[in-house]
Design a protein around this ligand. Structure first.
Ligand code: AMP
Ligand code: MN
Ligand code: MN
Ligand code: MN
Length: 278
């Protein structure tokens, strides 16, 4: 088995909102000492073939994954899929539905921004996505480049979150549905970056309960976007709720990463790593 520090089970390529191609991402991960990498693009598995080729060339073990967008309790929650058969027809149909919603939503974001006086963002966001799925991150990069705010994060705050002019409420998969697609495709479902949702303990407990009832098995204890304290909180959740612990950088490319590839915090003691089940 690989040492724990060489696992990274959550990252993005330019098939969704990462900036590196799948091959460049895998190469960078290999250079950083990552031995087991899951490519988990938002609502698509399109990058996996190219990533697998690059991984074979560099001796990296690639885990076929995705990060599925879910609407739960009127908010967006992300579920990471690990070890899926990307050819599974039910999973493919489900992801296609989310991809079509994403396309409509991108156009709608463009319309709403235009109504707010900012024209032409949809075309630019699509061009930036280069044939990959268009997400809010592409709009954020476009608006930041045009000087509407001083950073991508600042654009999100000012334009793309609830209550802001470019916000479109999500209509993603249902929780049980997404977990069902993952299980049906032979994969394991993991709650992505749980601390990012800012849920109360009670609500987090409800999310975990419904997730487990649907057949979900894991929780991201270590995320590039978690503080050290948040990792400890989620480690306690993993232990008490009997969920397997996962780790992932949520890398989107070399510009302002939460954490660089190969630099994840170690998994706190007492958690059962998800890869022990592989
Ligand atoms: P989408 O799935 O298109 O709604 O976009 C979600 C993605 O936007 C996340 O995966 C992040 O990559 C990015 N994102 C969300 N919130 C922020 C933020 N406040 N600052 C920077 N990036 C963000
Ligand atoms: Mn993203
Ligand atoms: Mn996410
Ligand atoms: Mn992600």
């Amino acid at each position: 088995m690989e040492p724990a520090s060489t696992y990274d089970l959550h990252c993005h390529s330019d098939a969704s909102d990462g900036t590196l191609s799948p091959a460049r991402l895998v190469e960078r991960a290999a250079d950083a000492g990552v031995g087991v990498l899951a490519l988990t693009d938002h609502d698509t598995t399109d990058g996996l073939d190219a990533a697998r080729q690059a991984a074979a060339a560099r001796g990296v073990r690639l885990v076929d994954g995705a990060e599925i967008s879910v609407t739960w309790d009127k908010r967006t929650v992300h579920i990471v899929a690990l070890g899926i058969d990307a050819g599974n027809p039910v999973l493919r149909l489900g992801l296609q539905r989310l991809q079509r919603y994403r396309e409509w939503r991108a156009e709608e974001i463009g319309r709403r921004l235009a109504q707010a006086g900012i024209a032409g963002t949809w075309d630019e966001a699509r061009a930036l996505a280069g044939g990959g799925l268009v997400g809010r991150t592409h709009f954020a990069r476009v608006l930041a480049a045009r000087g509407h705010a001083k950073s991508v994060a600042a654009v999100f705050k000012k334009y793309l979150v609830s209550g802001r002019p470019g916000h479109v409420p999500g209509q993603w998969a249902e929780l049980g549905e997404a977990v069902g697609w993952i299980r049906g495709a032979g994969g394991q479902a993991v709650i992505a970056h749980p601390a990012r949702y800012r849920l109360t303990r009670t609500r987090l407990g409800r999310l975990i309960g419904e997730f487990r009832d649907a057949g979900g098995v894991g929780i991201e204890v270590v995320s590039g976007s978690h503080s050290a304290d948040e990792c400890l909180t989620m480690a306690a959740q993993a232990r008490t709720q009997k969920l397997l612990a996962s780790v992932g950088s949520d890398y989107h490319g070399p510009d302002n990463p939460y954490v660089e590839l190969g630099r994840l915090r170690p998994l706190p003691a007492g958690c059962e790593p998800i890869w022990n089940s592989w």
